[in-house]
Each structure stands twice: as structure tokens, then as C-alpha cells.
Write a protein that binds this ligand. Structure first.
Ligand code: TEU
Ligand code: CA
Length: 543
């Protein structure tokens, strides 16, 4: 397959609100990110995915945009973002922007106009329907943030669609004017020298509400092809679509290079496998390693040359991986490194979410008042009304609230983890005195340096980027092991996903072997069974 720069890149996601506050107002900002670029360069990443910094009333922390071509005051100015793009570039880092175009804010000028009257020129930028016969919402479609997806507009007596909060009205992609506005806006950003886009819930833009088609509709891929052609197609950028329902087959539709849509997508099967059929993430299911291996195996072997994987454990919507799949109490450092190794040695482009590289954990907030996330607050209210107890609901929140990822980054052990000189918009995780960047940088055995080595290995070894993946011991309940092979280069990656000792035997002939990385500073001889300590994990080159 034709080589691309982003095949060998590692992306770091910054959630600006929680990264670093440069002026003491308690909210992270663009100047804060600029001041931490040297840190990110030291880690070795090549790309920053910036969660939204645009103008926004912040109903959903910026995923509700009121002006795509301006920056929210609390984050900075357009000059700041231009400075960020330039200073990142000076360090070999590209900035990819979050493209949130399934919906706007209800405070976007288009929606303010659209609401004025049924014949306003902007009316058709959004999706309006008359009430049904009983005067109720047009359908029983539900919002992803709970409640009806339809909100009544008193002025016209019609309902508008919002798949997320009622302050996030869905754009009408069946209107060519909307399509053109979005493409023009994308070009405006591309002209500023950005490195690409992460596309928020992009699988929803092909919706055909009257046919009950929401995600993955027949209009979706033609739309993405025209987007590619009209905007980034002839620019050498990284584009990644967020697609919750993707399968290996649909992933090929998005990312087969010959189809000219996007570089890659985020699939979520390795995340949602722990969600309950009825109550979703609010009633998590126990972790099942065999299932996890099946899922990764399917994605690693399934795309072939007809697509490219993105690799992630974390993002701003998900719990911290060391708390979800590791052991954040007894083996925090070991299991954080083990999870990094398991993911980063796979085929695809790895994404690191801020704080993952120092092994940050979920947050044990005791009161619902500490939570800020609209999804968490809505579901807490609704599930309690449905009959969940507070205690049951807190178990769900501790496991899966989006705020687990959104507490401030831990920079050092001083006031508010060194995130702000003021009061942060959301409480810091009290464990910052142990887990912080300053401590990690001072300890050569820290999770930080482990991630730095994982990134280096990808840069140095083509087998990490392009090697074929083969899963070993699929039915083993403790071990996740696989090989990567490219010509005569072969790596074995073996990880103990449990707190119990175990052993692993590599049953193919081995002439020589060399340990490239171990989270226990061990060296291994594959001619004998490997004894693995709790969460032990190794990368071994096989000769
Ligand atoms: O997320 C899409 C989305 O569906 C998530 O809200 C997801 O369902 C939820 O977190 C899992 O329970 C994207 C953004 O990543 C998210 O932050 C936004 O809130 C959402 O779109 C709306 O823009
Ligand atoms: Ca600030």
C-alpha cells in the first residue's frame, strides 16, 4: 500500500479545557498548550488532535459551536491558534482540528436566523418537522444525551432535531447550502496550515430522518467523497472519522485509499464490549480478555490494504484505560505500561489521550455535584427517576462517566496539580501528588519514558508500522500475545492482563531473540517458557 506520513505517526489528544491554564481563570487555554509543546516534543508525538476551541456557549464543552471561524474567549484568539500551529510546526508537530458538523450550537448565527420564521433563508439549514397528530414530537427518536431528540420551537410550533443536547441542533446535510458552508469553512482552516481533521460523529451526517436512517445511511459515503474532493483531497493531511457503529466492512468504505474518503476511522468495539445491553455504560459488564482479543484480531487482520486502523484506549469521552483494563490500585505503573505496549505494537496509528502517558486514573468523585459533563448529569437524573439508587448510579459513573477523562492534567504536586493558579472548572483528581508529570520526568522507570520508547520503536522499526499481525493463544484467559512480521523481521508482543503470575511458551523455532522493552526491566529467552509477573509485558525481537 502507498506509504503515508500518518502511517508512522503517533497522535496526542489535547482536551484544551483541562490541559494547562496560563492565566489563572481555572480553564485550560491555547497559550497553556503552547507552553507545553516542549513536553510533547520530548514524548515524541508528531500530531496533536485538539478538541474544539471554537466559539461556543459550552453546553457540551465546545462540541456545540456557535462560530466555526473564531475561538472561544476563554481559550484565546485566532492569533493564538495561528501561533500554536506555527510553534508546533517548528517542533515537527502538526495540529489537527476537531470538525463538529453534525450539529451546531443553538447560538450559532445560522440557527438564530433559522428560528426567526418558517421562510427564513436559514430555516432549511436545520431539520424541522411538524408535531404528530396528538401534538407530540414527530417521532420517538431519542437523544444520545437522553430524552426526546425533538425540541419544540414555540415561535413556529415546529420541532427541530437534536441527536445530542437541545442546544445542539442537527444540521441538514440534505441542503446543498449547508454542504457548501461546511466545505468553505474546512478550506479556511486548511489554508491556515493545519494537519487535518478529526470528524465528530461523522457517520450521522448521511441521516434521512423520514426514512428512519440515522447512521451509516446511503448518502454518507457520497457526501464524504465530495467533501474529500472539495477540501482536503489534494492536501497531504490526516483525517479520522468518529464512527461508533463501524464494522470492519464499513471501515473499508471510509478508509480504503482508492475510495478517497478519510484516512482512518475510530471504531469502538473494544470499548462497548463492556457495556450492558439495556443500561449501556451505566451498568458495566466484567472485562473479558478473550473477547477483547477477538475484537482486535478481527480489526488487525480484517482491513488489509483496504483501510487503516486507528489505535486508542482513551479519549475525552471514555474512562481512563488503567482503571478500565488495568489495575489502578496495586499495579498502576505496571498495567499502564502493559496496556501501552499491547496497543502501540499493533498495526495502525496510535492515539494517546492527555495524562495517559503518566498513567492517570479515573476520578472517585463522591457527590454528583462534582460532575460537570452534560451526558453524566442527564443520565444520572433520568436513571434515578427510573429507579436506580444513588449508589448503583455512582458505580456506573466511577466506571464510565466522561468526566473521568476530563479532570485537569497533573503537572506537578503543587496547588491544583500545577494546572491552574486559580480554581479549576472541575476538581483535580486527589491522586495528583503521586501521579504527575514532574515526578514522571524525574523517574527513568516512569510510564512516561515507557511511552516515549514505544513511540521511538515505531519510528525506528518498519515492522511496527507495516508488519502483519498474528494473534497467538486466542483462548488464554490471562495472556494477550501476538507477532508482527515484515519480510525477515519479527516481533513478539506478550502481555499478562492479570494480577496473577502466569507463563507463556512460544512454540515456534527460535534462533535468537532480543528483548526490546519490558515493564519489569527483564530480558527473555524464548527457548524456555516465559514466566510472567502480574501485568508483565514484553516486546521481543525474534531472529
Ligand atoms: O461523541 C459522540 C458520542 O456519541 C458520545 O457522546 C458517546 O455516545 C458517549 O460519550 C458515550 O457514552 C462526540 C464527541 O466525542 C463528544 O464529546 C460529544 O459530546 C458528541 O460527539 C457531540 O458532539
Ligand atoms: Ca485560562
Amino acid at each position: 500500500m502507498e506509504k503515508k506520513w500518518w502511517h508512522q505517526s503517533v497522535v496526542y489528544q489535547v482536551y484544551p479545557r483541562s490541559f494547562y491554564d496560563s492565566n489563572g481563570d481555572g480553564i485550560g487555554d491555547i497559550q497553556g498548550i503552547i507552553s507545553k509543546l516542549d513536553y510533547l516534543q520530548k514524548l515524541g508525538i508528531d500530531v496533536i488532535w485538539l478538541s474544539p476551541v471554537y466559539d461556543s456557549p459550552m453546553d457540551d464543552n465546545g462540541y456545540d459551536i456557535s462560530n466555526y471561524q473564531d475561538i472561544a474567549k476563554e481559550f484565546g484568539t485566532l492569533e493564538d491558534i495561528e501561533q500554536l500551529i506555527k510553534e508546533a510546526k517548528d517542533r515537527g508537530i502538526k495540529i489537527i482540528m476537531d470538525l463538529v458538523v453534525n450539529h451546531t450550537s443553538d447560538e450559532h448565527a445560522w440557527f438564530i436566523e433559522a428560528k426567526k420564521s418558517k421562510d427564513n433563508p436559514y430555516r432549511d439549514y436545520y431539520i424541522w418537522r411538524k408535531p404528530n397528530e396528538g401534538g407530540n414530537p414527530p417521532s420517538d427518536l431519542e437523544s444520545i444525551f437522553s430524552g426526546s431528540a425533538w425540541e419544540l420551537d414555540d415561535v413556529s410550533g415546529e420541532y427541530y432535531l437534536h441527536l445530542f443536547s437541545k442546544k445542539q441542533p442537527d444540521l441538514n446535510w440534505e441542503n446543498d447550502k449547508v454542504v457548501k458552508e461546511v466545505f468553505d469553512m474546512m478550506n479556511w482552516w486548511l489554508d491556515k496550515g493545519i494537519g487535518g481533521f478529526r470528524m465528530d460523529v461523522i457517520d450521522l451526517i448521511g441521516k434521512e430522518i423520514d426514512k428512519n436512517i440515522i447512521s451509516n445511511g446511503p448518502k454518507l459515503h457520497p457526501l464524504l467523497q465530495s467533501m474529500n474532493k472539495a477540501t482536503f483531497g489534494d492536501r497531504d493531511v490526516l483525517t479520522v472519522g468518529e464512527t461508533w457503529g463501524a464494522t470492519v466492512d464499513t471501515a473499508k468504505l471510509y478508509s480504503d485509499p482508492t475510495r478517497q474518503e478519510v484516512s482512518m476511522i475510530f471504531q469502538f468495539e473494544h470499548i462497548t464490549m463492556c457495556w450492558d445491553d439495556e443500561h449501556g455504560k451505566w451498568r458495566p459488564k466484567p472485562f473479558d480478555l478473550i473477547k477483547l482479543k477477538e475484537i482486535f484480531n478481527k480489526w488487525q487482520t480484517g482491513l488489509g490494504d483496504q483501510g487503516w486502523n486507528s489505535l486508542f484506549w482513551n479519549n475525552h469521552d471514555l474512562p481512563r484505560t488503567v482503571s478500565k483494563y488495568g489495575d489502578d490500585k496495586n499495579y498502576r505503573i505496571e498495567s499502564a505500561k502493559m496496556l501501552g505496549t499491547t496497543l502501540h505494537m499493533m498495526r495502525g496509528t496510535p492515539y494517546i489521550f492527555q495524562g495517559e502517558e503518566i498513567g492517570m486514573t479515573n476520578v472517585p468523585f463522591e457527590s454528583i455535584d462534582c460532575y460537570r459533563d452534560i451526558e453524566t448529569l442527564n443520565f444520572y437524573r433520568d436513571k434515578i427517576a427510573e429507579g436506580f439508587t444513588h449508589e448503583e448510579m455512582m458505580v456506573g459513573l466511577w466506571a464510565n462517566s466522561r468526566d473521568n477523562a476530563r479532570t485537569p492534567m497533573h503537572w506537578n504536586e503543587s496547588h491544583q496539580a500545577g494546572f491552574t493558579t486559580g480554581t479549576p472548572w472541575i476538581n483535580v483528581n486527589p491522586n495528583y501528588t503521586d501521579i504527575n508529570v514532574e515526578a514522571a520526568l524525574a523517574d527513568e522507570n516512569s510510564v512516561f519514558y515507557h511511552y516515549q520508547k514505544l513511540i521511538q520503536l515505531r519510528k525506528e522499526m518498519p515492522v511496527v508500522v507495516y508488519g502483519d499481525f498474528e494473534l497467538l493463544a486466542p483462548k488464554d484467559k490471562q495472556i494477550f500475545a501476538y507477532t508482527r512480521t515484515l519480510d525477515d523481521s519479527k516481533l513478539l508482543v506478550v502481555s499478562n492482563f492479570s494480577a496473577k503470575k502466569t507463563s507463556f511458551t512460544y512454540d515456534k523455532p527460535v534462533e535468537s531473540c532480543k528483548t526490546l522493552l519490558s515493564n519489569y526491566s527483564s530480558t527473555y529467552d524464548l527457548k524456555q517458557p516465559l514466566a510472567l509477573a502480574p501485568y508483565e509485558s514484553a516486546i521481543i525481537q525474534i531472529g
